[in-house]
Design a protein around this ligand. Structure first.
Ligand SMILES: *Cc1c(COP(=O)(O)O)cnc(C)c1O
Length: 374
């Protein structure tokens, strides 16, 4: 096992994760519940490991994207409440109920289909109503002219007798972006969300135990929007807090090793496409990490890992120029991102965001869980 790990691995600091959880909690209004988002294998950190830690720390809820992710947690012994944020076909209603999973309901016809499936089973399904306040993705429409109809549709869904409507939520589109326009957009989304909640209560006598809307951006920038529960993902893993208001630390360190070192004369073409040609006598290290490990090919020639990365990033390897780094030897560890190499730099080089890099670290990259920091 030790040898296997000596190629490319991701160190995950459980200490940083626990510290992040506590720092976020400390920043929230007293009594706010905490839902940890562990979809996409906990943003690459390992859903089961993260879920067990959150359970131990006293988090209140987990969220995943789909039924398979929820079942992985249940099969792994996680007993805390789990919300499925995405779509689940109604033919899986019995599996949802048997596993005590909470399903998102995003429109009236889905609510009715779940209700009929529950009727046949003679059992109730726990659900959260999803409101589309401006993300324009999942959720009941309710902005502008659609408000009245939206309220009626949500009320009708909540009244279905086989659905236990525990919660209601919405999702922000620009809560993490600076600028007055984005602030205005987020405030409008929040106002619409509270208008919906009030209309359901005043006109229909419907109330919810868990009202939630705060993703990472809102937890950091709008703690006053915390309501009953917050729903951060990215922040928990140590990102999305550029002004260090909460003081979270990255939990993942992506590391590879130098497999071979070679010297080439000037004029030597390197890697597929021969797109890079040495302009001096060059010492090249072959790094055991490629796009099949999660190193984006789009970053080819635009990033630096100790020395500049040169030539196309291959499936399993890439090359770095270590002419100016005589200390790098065969077997040396090279950090791709982590404490020393800010993930934002690699994300920018690849034309993406750190979220995508975290989720892109592939299955063959061994996760090594550490009790200390990284
Ligand atoms: C992914 C997701 C979150 C978490 O978003 P972060 O930006 O990672 O905090 C919260 N709510 C929903 C509905 C999501 O899909």
């Amino acid at each position: 096992m030790e040898n296997l790990k000596k190629r490319t691995w991701a160190e995950i600091s459980l200490k940083n994760l626990e510290d992040n959880y506590r720092s976020i909690r400390a920043h929230l209004p007293a009594g706010t519940r905490f839902l940890g988002v562990v979809k996409a294998d906990a943003y690459g950190h390992g859903a089961l490991q993260v879920a067990h830690l959150l359970e131990k720390c006293g988090a209140d809820y987990l969220a995943v994207s789909c039924l398979d992710e929820a079942l992985e947690l249940r099969d792994g012994g996680v007993t805390m409440p789990i919300l499925i944020l995405g779509h689940t076909p109604t033919r899986f209603t019995e599996i949802l109920i048997e596993n005590n999973l909470t399903q998102t309901i995003s429109n009236k016809s889905k609510a009715e289909r779940f209700d009929r499936a529950c009727e046949r089973l003679g059992k109730k399904l726990k659900v959260h109503i999803k409101v589309d306040t401006g993300m324009s993705r999942l959720g009941f429409l309710c902005s502008g002219d659609m408000f009245e109809e939206g309220i009626e549709n949500m009320a009708a869904s909540c009244r279905l007798k086989n659905l236990d409507c525990e919660g209601i939520f919405t999702h922000f589109a620009v809560s993490d972006e600076p600028g007055e326009e984005n602030r205005e957009y987020t405030l409008t989304q929040f106002r619409l969300f509270t208008d919906v909640i009030n209309a359901l209560s005043d006109r229909h006598g419907i109330s919810f135990r868990l009202r939630h809307c705060s993703n990472t951006g809102a937890v950091v920038n709008y703690p006053e929007m915390s309501l009953d529960m917050v729903r951060p993902g990215y922040l928990l893993y140590g990102y999305g807090d550029p002004e260090n208001r909460i003081g979270v630390k990255p939990c993942m360190r992506f590391v590879s090793t130098i497999s071979t070192i070679k010297h080439y004369p000037a004029g030597t073409a390197v890697s597929y496409g021969c797109r890079y040609v040495t302009d001096r006598r060059t010492r090249i290290g072959v790094l055991s990490c490629g796009y099949a490990d999660g190193l984006p090919r789009a970053a080819s020639g635009k990033c630096t890992f100790t020395g500049p990365q040169v030539g196309s990033i291959c499936m399993d390897m890439c090359m770095i120029d270590i002419t100016d780094h005589p200390e790098v030897k065969t077997g040396s560890e090279i950090e791709l991102f982590g404490a020393e190499n800010d993930i934002h730099k690699l994300a920018e080089a690849a034309g993406t965001i750190p979220y995508e890099l975290l989720c892109s670290v592939t299955k063959r990259v061994c996760r090594i869980y550490k009790q200390d920091g990284i």
